[in-house]
Design a protein around this ligand. Structure first.
Ligand code: ADP
Ligand code: MG
Length: 700
């Protein structure tokens, strides 16, 4: 490890107060973004890159008469008297005062000796909390601070998790910051000056000591600087990888050009391929049989039939006894793809298909890992669990990544690295504007599926005012009687402050008045993977009981239930156009007429415009472009809503320009070995965990 990075790359457990239990709590908070499998070690840098979400200002006051209702104050007062609760439901009341007036401190629950210890009659006490006025009496209920030495004037509020208070988190970050030394600067002085950016360390310090929300916004110079570092490191790593892939020509050529398996499956499929599907498979096969490594992006709108293309393109490898990995973003989707492939492969074809997700554990997992290593498994379908260190392939030669925008660059690359010289197919339903794809993927070959299977009827999209709730329920009931299935999409799980939308649980309660309870199911991101799989099975199976599935956008990616014919999207103002198009793509997958209902409350002009785009067009590419015009590029990529962003600070919906700049700079650096050999650049890359690609680039 580079000497300068020793501190920030040390395990978090090196800091005082970080025992095993504490680390587990921090993992819940910090790991989703930073750590791929949640098992790796948390480092000090993970703590340092945890960004505050807002700032609270605690006003230091003396004059109690000037305090407004609801104001957050810190004040020094004298204890007058303590009134113990006369009844269990009564609070403890402590009356305090200073020269300007009185204030009452209220506790509903405290530790036994807390009050006598802190509030001694006649003694001084410093308290901080939200002041309220009741009948002109000033009071603070459960102050945030009592007699602490370090009551902050500006308090940074961080995203938290159960078992961790803001005070403890904030203090641990401050402790880490106090031991931090600056790193040698990797950015050019002029460049820093142009942007009015400070050094890396000063920017981190400024972020954690921000005095107002503005300083935390995406265009604050500190946040921009930190975001740029991340983007630059990422772009350099990507550039190095790209170089490496280009230079590698040791691909093993597939000798057996037999197409028996392909013939077999083409006959077995219950449908004919569309022309586009056939063409795309040919394009892929050309690459596969050549001696050049394939890097291909397959774009195809929702429902255009990418899965079958993926499957057919695996067959040349299987004919040659090589292994294939099919990576998808969720375990529901993994299960679905796995079952579909397994069904198709039945016993006659001799193809061994396996599934690996994070929840497959113990003996079962061991067996899969062993079989994989021994080459007994031909096709491995799975989530990112596929690319943990322990997963070893025998001769991985082909990697397919579905719904790519859900994975980070480093995740994709790690999987590609597992094979010696693998061919890669990346599939996406979110069309990526050319400029963006160039920056993000570099030069990739692109295949597109533009036509939909012939048996499809256009999905009829309409908008409906929420006043017509009763009509909609009647309509749905009739459809349910005909054996059709329905998705009902809610933007929220639970009631949220300030948001007028109807949450999922409320609909679930309400629907029990109209439908049989066992026919209603719900699914959302807070369920465990097992729970999600179970409900999708109940909804997806022909014999499954659930007929109407209330869902958040967790069902947005890839799920295929051909009997589902109606999707209701509640509060369309809360979703992006591309996202709604993806959601709509959950229906219209069989031969029956399907419907999408945009169920709105307030028809603002903007909403009407957006709803019209969806009503008039079923073309994902067109919709994405319109979306791009109406919102930023980051949103179109689905990066923002997906919550799967691989960046800790950078946010492509507002740092797109920084990405372009970082990309330019990275190209320049990658081309020049003298830059790459610079200690500063090494530090930057190692800091974000990209050191492996650098080492290889320099050695090559
Ligand atoms: P996506 O491109 O969104 O991933 P899928 O691969 O899930 O689409 O395919 C959607 C549905 O269309 C599936 O039920 C699949 O079996 C079916 N399908 C795929 N290709 C064809 C075709 N050529 N004709 C009819 N149905 C097809
Ligand atoms: Mg799909």
């Amino acid at each position: 490890m580079i000497k300068e990075l020793e501190f920030i790359l040390s395990p978090l457990s090196c800091l005082k107060g970080f025992g095993e239990k504490t680390i587990e709590i921090y993992k819940k908070l910090l790991s989703p973004k930073r750590l791929l499998d949640g098992n790796k070690e948390l480092k000090i840098i993970d703590l340092l890159y945890h960004k505050p979400e807002k700032i609270l200002f605690r006003k230091e006051v003396f004059d109690l008469t000037s305090v407004q209702d609801g104001e957050l104050i810190t004040v020094k007062v004298k204890v007058d008297n303590y009134e113990a609760p006369s009844h269990r439901s009564q609070p403890h009341r402590i009356r305090c005062f200073n020269d300007t007036g009185f204030i009452t401190i209220i506790y509903f629950k405290t530790f036994p000796d807390f009050i006598p210890k802190n509030f001694v009659e006649g003694g001084w006490v410093v308290i901080s909390g939200k002041a309220e006025r009741f009948n002109n009496e000033l009071q603070i209920t459960h102050p945030d601070y009592v007699n602490n030495y370090d009551i902050p004037k500006f308090e940074q509020i961080y995203p938290l998790t159960t078992g961790l208070s803001n005070r403890v988190l904030r203090r641990s970050i401050q402790i880490a910051l106090s031991k931090l030394s600056n790193l040698p600067e990797w950015l050019d002085n002029n460049f820093l000056f142009q942007h009015q950016w400070k050094s890396w360390k000063d920017s981190l310090l400024a972020m954690h000591n921000a005095k107002n929300d503005n300083e935390l916004s995406n265009n604050s110079p500190y946040i921009e600087r930190l975001a740029f570092d991340e983007l630059l490191a990422n772009q350099i790593a990507l550039g190095l990888m790209r170089e490496k892939l280009k230079n590698k020509s040791d691909k093993e050529i597939l000798i057996n050009k037999n197409k028996n398996l392909k013939e077999y499956f083409l006959n077995k499929l219950p449908f004919e391929l569309t022309n586009d599907q056939t063409n795309v498979i040919n394009e892929i096969e050309n690459d596969i049989y050549s001696n050049k490594r394939m890097m291909r992006l397959l774009q195809g709108d929702v429902g255009s039939g990418k899965t079958v293309v993926a499957f057919l393109s695996m067959l040349p490898f299987i004919e040659n006894k090589k292994q294939v990995a099919f990576m998808v973003p969720t375990s529901i989707l993994a299960t679905q793809h796995y079952e579909w492939i397994k069904n198709l492969c039945d016993n006659n074809s001799n193809i061994n298909v396996a599934i690996l997700t994070g929840k497959i554990k113990g003996k079962k997992r061991e067996k899969i890992l062993n079989d994989l290593k021994d080459g007994k498994i031909d096709i491995l379908v799975g989530t990112h669990a596929i690319f943990q260190d322990k997963v070893e392939f025998n001769n991985l030669s082909y990697v397919i990544i579905d719904e790519q925008h859900r994975f980070g660059v480093s995740q994709r690359l790690t999987l590609i690295e597992k094979g010696n010289s693998v061919d890669t197919l990346i599939m996406t339903a979110t069309p990526i504007p050319r400029t963006l794809s160039l920056t993000i993927y570099g030069d990739m070959d692109v295949s597109s599926i533009k036509e939909k299977p012939k048996n499809r009827k256009q999905i009829i999209t309409s908008s409906l005012n929420k006043e017509k709730f009763g009509d909609l329920i009647n309509h749905i009931s009739a459809k349910l009687k005909d054996g059709e299935k329905i998705y009902w999409i809610c933007p929220l799980i639970e009631e949220a402050e300030n948001l007028p939308a109807t949450p999922l649980f409320q609909r679930y309660e309400e629907f029990q008045k109209f439908f049989k309870k066992e026919e209603i199911g719900f699914i959302h991101g807070k369920l465990t993977e097992d729970e999600k799989d179970k409900i999708m099975e109940d909804f997806g199976n022909i014999n499954g009981k659930v007929k109407i599935l209330i869902a958040t956008t967790v069902i947005e990616v890839g799920i295929d239930v051909p009997d589902a014919t109606i999707i209701i999207i509640e509060s369309p103002e809360r979703f992006g156009l591309s996202q709604m198009h993806q959601l709509r793509g959950r229906v219209g997958r069989g031969s029956k007429q399907s419907y999408c209902v945009l169920f709105y409350e307030k028809p603002t002009q903007n909403l009407i415009k957006r709803m019209n785009i969806l009503k008039d067009s079923c073309d994902g590419f067109f919709i994405a472009e319109e979306d791009l015009k109406l919102r930023g590029s980051g949103e179109v990529l689905g990066l923002k809503q997906s919550g799967f962003s691989e960046y800790l600070i950078a946010d492509l919906s507002s740092h797109y320009n920084l990405l372009i700049e970082a990309s330019k700079m990275a190209r320049h650096i990658v081309k020049n070995k003298e830059y790459l050999n610079k200690n500063e650049i090494k530090i930057l890359l190692e800091m974000f965990g990209y050191n492996d690609c650098l080492n290889e680039a320099i050695l090559n």
